[in-house]
Design a binder for this molecule. Sequence first.
Ligand code: ZN
Length: 75
Amino acid sequence: MNCSEIQDLAAALVDHEPLNMHDLDEVEAHLKSCPSCQYEYEMDLMTSHIVRARIPLVDAPREAYLSIREAIEDY
Ligand SMILES: [Zn+2]
C-alpha cells in the first residue's frame, strides 16, 4: 500500500468506519514507520475531535450564549 492508500484508510478509521484486520495491521505498521502519514492521521483525529466538541456550541443560539455569559459576569 502506498501513502495515499494508507491515508484514505486512516481517515476511515478516524470516522469510525470498520476496517478488516489485515488493513488495520497495515495501517498501524505504516503509521509507525511513516512520519508524514502519522502527521496526517493525527491532524484528522484532532480535527474530528474539535468538530465533535464544537457541535453543541454551534447548535446553541448566540443570544443564549451571550445571556449566559452576561449572567456569569454580573454574578
Ligand atoms: Zn506513508
